[in-house]
Design a protein. Structure first.
Length: 817
């Protein structure tokens, strides 16, 4: 049918003048003259947001209209709006699904409908008998679209259904392509994409931790450095150097997320078993090609000076021996990423073509994202794909394992590069992939035999949980992972100290101490000095923010004086200095705090790092408040805030807003301080955390609030405080970075007057339409602007007026008339 329609449209366009053809379809016709106008599902409001204008959303209006046809008198009310919005959102705003759900209102209420949507294809089956057969049930409608897909498209649809959120093409290829050819990625879990195996089962990878070899030292060292571990993933003992004639130079500390090892320790001058050059690195055969996990090599290998080396006999993997080293050098997991599901084989090129076809057929939605184009599948279509994966193909477990392995390799790569210039891009990608990370964690922790991978993934994400304001979610996954993995493993040692760090971030210091102590004991028992050093860092943090300032000072003075432990992540090395400066600042030793911060800044600058740098700047600001140098304190705090916004470090943003509010109070800008305090309160509430820090820090914050309230009066203070709480994160930071107007000496701040707020002409127009009860989409239609533009106008109006909902805008407009 699509081909015939395309031929007809082409003939009409060629044979006539001034004719336009409007065709509605789930599939593009593919004509060169064709212009696509995407028809999105009906917009649905946030069920947990402001629903005062819910009747303005077509999805809710459609449901109410169809429900009233079977339940006379049904209408949207304040009591049912949230449930109806939640129902329509679960149904992706699809008109057919909404209509079929409304028919069920004959026997169920809205909340009961919601409870039954997990089996929507069996449940939504009662359409109009006058409609086409494919429009009488939800399953028939989706099955009709499925039947229009090619076999590769159907297979990719099914496999992509394990992805819970948006995804990029690289992820689609990793999840859907069958890695059966030479050079296929993902066949050996535990190796990063940059890693290769050497004779004897040793492998090298990009340099990032202790034991890494930095780039630039020799031409035969892989670009970006190399890390040596046993092929098993365990690290050899320092004394276990292998005899040979070729050596690699020790670390120079010039790059990478690593602590350089001391002479004679692992990662220094490491003798190789053969006089090899870079061209001689061997890649292990796939497990099915080599008996008993032995390694093979090509028939011949070019050696130094063009000499051809004979192929050696198979080499047995060495027995794992624990030793301090890179955080990511865990033993390989069972169920390697190369497991091929039992369905038809797909190449990466097949996946690309299938994704393009699914976009053309509206099965996948194309959307912009960090790093390029991303794709999303509506939940209704995803549920259908999962059914096919389970019942028809029988490969759900294999595909979910493949998705988990891909996410794990990618997260380990992110961790290795975390202390470097790519942090904003890493954070943006991690935030875009949150749902897929959660799906990978849930699969690992709910599937027998997969729990160790779940613990590894949850622990490797420490930098995300900590840096991006997700401590409670991190604790949720780590609690599950640690409970499922009681064995004394390196993964458990890491999971324990990460759980301790996140517990401290939520002010649960007893739990944090217990976890960090257990991690330290286990790391010592395993002989893992790096993980022991990480646990010691957490113990110091708990002392600092548990108000043991002198104990924290001694702890971090000792740690910094001792120097970094080989294998310790450089982020935590830098944070040792940050927390030492913090303790010094709290104890009034501002000059020493500044010296420590300047040393930490040099470390960050060498690596182009931003996250630790933002905390160094925060501590510099704190030190300058001790010196009562308010101008420098404000300058450093603002610079820290800019960096933190780029990284979505919401805990750091909240801490810095509190600090800036204190500075504003000292400078007499009390209304600005009140707005910042209100914004900080909102940020802390959004991450479900009590204010982080010692009593010293919080007492300064309370002092700022009391002084601003006295200067402004309770009513004016609360008004400014509410305004700060109504701002979005980016707007709040933007407000904090502005230079506030300062009152003249001896002049009391004028009371804030909402009626004096000046809106632009367009904002005034939008405010009037809000007062008429129009929703954002209706405003966009009335003014012929994009919905997002209308939403932006409403947000700016709320911000300028210090309001939190649309009803307040309506009341304000009425008062102006």
């Amino acid at each position: 049918m699509a081909g015939a329609c395309a031929q007809l449209a082409a003939a009409l366009l060629r044979g006539t003048e001034g004719v336009r053809v409007l065709a509605t379809s789930r599939h593009r016709l593919g004509l060169t003259e064709e212009h696509l106008l995407e028809v999105r599902p009906l917009p649905v409001p946030d069920p947990d947001g402001d629903l005062s204008a819910a009747e303005g959303y077509p999805a809710l209006t459609l449901f109410a209209d169809r429900a009233a046809a079977v339940v006379p008198g049904f209408r949207l009310t304040p009591d049912n709006r949230a449930s109806v919005a939640r129902l329509c959102r679960r149904l992706d705003g699809l008109p057919l699904a909404i209509e079929l759900a409304a028919v069920r209102m004959r026997v169920l209420d809205v909340d009961q409908l919601l409870d039954r949507l997990d089996d929507r294809y069996r449940f939504l089956t009662t359409g109009s008998p006058a409609a086409l057969p494919r429009h009488q049930t939800l399953r028939a409608a989706v099955a009709w679209s499925h039947d229009l897909c090619t076999t590769p498209e159907q297979l990719v649809w099914a496999r992509l259904s394990v992805l819970a959120g948006s995804f990029d093409l690289e992820t689609a290829e990793a999840v859907c392509a069958d890695h059966t050819g030479e050079g296929a990625t993902g066949w050996r879990t535990g190796l990063a994409p940059t890693e290769v195996l050497l004779p004897g089962g040793r492998h090298v990878s990009g340099g990032v931790f202790a034991g890494d070899v930095q780039s630039g030292a020799r031409p035969d060292v892989p670009s970006g450095g190399a890390r040596f571990t046993d092929g098993s993933g365990e690290r050899p003992r320092p004394a276990q150097a292998l005899a040979g004639t070729a050596t690699l130079p020790p670390l120079d500390g010039g790059s990478g997320n690593v602590v350089p090892p001391v002479p004679g320790q692992a990662g220094g001058s490491v003798p190789l078993p053969l006089p090899v050059t870079r061209s001689e690195f061997l890649i292990a055969s796939r497990p099915e090609d080599s008996p008993a996990g032995r390694l093979t090599r090509p028939p011949s290998v070019p050696g130094p000076g063009g000499v051809t080396l004979p192929p050696p006999s198979g080499l047995t993997l060495p027995r794992p021996v624990p030793d301090p080293g890179a955080m990511t050098s865990f033993p390989p997991l069972p169920h390697s990423g190369g497991v091929t599901p039992p369905g038809p084989a797909l190449r990466a090129d097949d996946v690309l073509d299938a994704v393009a076809g699914l976009v053309d057929k509206s099965v996948l939605c194309r959307e912009p994202g960090p790093g390029g184009v991303r794709y999303r599948m509506l939940d209704t279509l995803r549920q259908y794909g999962l059914e096919q994966l389970r019942r028809t193909l029988g490969e759900e477990g294999a595909v979910r394992r493949r998705q988990r392995d891909w996410m794990l390799r990618w997260v380990e790569q992110c961790e290795r590069g975390w202390f470097g210039p790519g942090q904003p891009e890493t954070v943006a990608r991690l935030r875009a992939d949150r749902d897929n990370l959660r799906a990978a964690l849930d699969f690992s922790l709910s599937t027998p035999g997969e729990a160790l991978a779940g613990l590894r993934l949850a622990g490797t994400l420490w930098f995300y949980w900590h840096a991006c304001g997700a401590p409670r979610e991190g604790l949720y996954w780590l609690d599950r992972a640690l409970a499922a993995n009681p064995e004394p493993t390196p993964e458990r040692a890491r999971g324990l100290w990460v759980a301790g760090l996140l517990a401290a971030a939520t002010q649960d210091f007893p739990r944090g101490r217990r976890n960090a102590g257990d991690a330290l004991a286990l790391a010592d028992a395993l002989g893992d000095a790096a993980e022991a050093a990480h646990a010691e860092y957490v113990i110091g943090v708990i002392r600092l923010f548990g108000d043991d300032l002198t104990g924290a000072l001694r702890h971090f003075e000792t740690t910094v004086a001792r120097g970094p432990v080989p294998g310790k992540h450089l982020s935590l090395v830098g944070l040792d200095q940050v927390d030492l400066a913090c303790a010094l600042g709290f104890l009034g030793e501002a000059d020493r705090a500044v010296e420590v911060c300047e040393e930490a800044l040099r470390l960050c600058e060498r690596h182009g790092e931003q996250w630790v740098r933002s905390y160094v700047l925060h501590m510099l600001a704190l030190a300058h408040t001790v010196r009562r140098d308010w101008a420098r304190a404000e300058r450093h705090a603002r610079e820290a805030l800019r960096l933190k916004l780029a990284l979505h470090d919401v805990i750091g943003i909240a801490l810095t807003l509190d600090l800036l509010a204190s500075v504003a109070t000292e400078r007499g800008v009390h209304r600005h301080a009140a707005v910042l305090l209100g914004g900080a309160d909102r940020v802390w509430a959004d991450i479900d955390a009590a204010r982080w820090g010692a009593r010293t820090l919080n007492s300064t914050r309370r002092d700022s609030e009391e002084r601003a309230c006295r200067a402004l009066g309770r009513e004016a203070f609360e008004r400014a405080h509410r305004r700060g709480g109504s701002l979005g994160l980016a707007e709040l930071v933007g407000h904090a970075l502005q230079e506030p107007a300062r009152p003249h000496p001896g002049e009391s701040p004028a009371p804030h007057d909402d009626t004096a707020v000046r809106l632009t002409r367009r904002e005034t127009e939008v405010a009037r339409l809000v007062a008429e009860g129009l929703a954002n989409q209706q405003i966009a239609d009335r003014l012929v602007i994009a919905r997002r533009t209308a939403e932006g106008h409403v947000e700016r109006i709320l911000s300028k007026l210090g309001f939190s909902n649309r009803s307040q805008i309506a009341a304000w407009v009425t008062a102006q008339r």
